[in-house]
Design a protein around this ligand. Structure first.
Ligand code: MBD
Ligand code: FE
Length: 259
């Protein structure tokens, strides 16, 4: 019997890794190469990227399998959420000029509980990459308060953001994580996506992503993302702006989860 939750989880995971080592008859050379590789990943500051690449999508599947059937599907948070993003009164994100492929984007919808009732005053965060695939406050040249922000839903549960349409995104591939993908014969692209996080007291955080139906890699994500079909949007243009409109359903934290 495990002593506690930590013992239980760590012991289970370690045993599965040992299974892999036994099954593949890993040599001592390979073992030392693996240890050296993990040191390189850490030194390059790519641990979060490495773990997300192999485990973030699985985390989401575990959450979704245990969620209320009416709750919106969770998707990967990825490494670039920043809670210090600005509160936006009008939902308009700060954007940069000078991109040739700038396409205005409206993301709007209603936050609801699992019974369908609209929820006012809910905190909604959105963050997306620039038209050349960079995140504010993460990549060179994009300030932290750009291409990300928060709003609260209005009395009807509505939220609305204005940004620009992101492009397919190449995860950092000039370091050890990229080297491994290449060595495994895999690519390093994610489909163009918009990140959303919905938070409300007493409710489970909803972390998800929205996708563009016509885009590349939607069903060939290097991070093996779930890509919920309900969040893959056909091309709708209103007044020259691409519009993604969706309901987002959040569920109460059960007493068991809150404990
Ligand atoms: C990203 O932008 C992202 O969303 C994920 C899941 C992983 C790496 C970079
Ligand atoms: Fe992302």
């Amino acid at each position: 019997m495990a002593n506690n939750r930590l013992d239980q989880v760590v012991s289970t995971i370690v045993e599965k890794v040992r299974d892999g080592v036994r099954e593949e008859k890993v040599s001592y050379e390979e073992y030392r190469a693996a240890v050296g590789y993990m040191m390189k990943v850490a030194d390059a500051g790519e641990l979060a990227l490495f773990i997300d690449l192999f485990l973030n999508a699985t985390m989401c599947r575990v959450i979704n399998e245990n969620a209320h059937s009416k709750a919106s599907l969770q998707d990967m948070e990825g490494p670039y959420f920043l809670d210090e993003s600005p509160m936006l009164e009008d939902g308009k994100m700060k954007l940069m000029d000078g991109y040739e492929n700038d396409e205005p984007l409206i993301v709007r919808g209603t936050v609801r509980d699992v019974d369908g009732a609209a929820m006012p005053g809910v905190l909604v965060d959105m963050w997306n990459a620039t038209p050349d695939g960079k995140y504010g406050g993460i990549h060179e040249g994009v300030p932290v308060d750009h291409y990300r922000g928060k709003v609260r839903t209005d009395e009807n549960g509505h939220f609305r953001f204005e940004s620009t349409v992101p492009v397919p995104y190449r995860i950092k591939d000039n370091g050890p994580v990229g080297a491994m993908l290449k060595a495994m014969g895999r690519h390093s692209w994610r489909p163009a996506h918009v990140h959303i996080k919905v938070r409300h007291e007493g409710y489970r955080d909803l972390i998800t992503q929205l996708y563009f139906a016509e885009g590349e890699y939607v069903h060939d994500d290097c991070c093996e993302g779930t890509v919920p079909q309900e969040f893959v949007f056909d091309k709708v243009i209103e007044d020259g702006k691409r519009v993604l409109e969706t309901d987002l359903f959040i569920e109460k934290v059960s007493e068991k989860q809150a404990a």
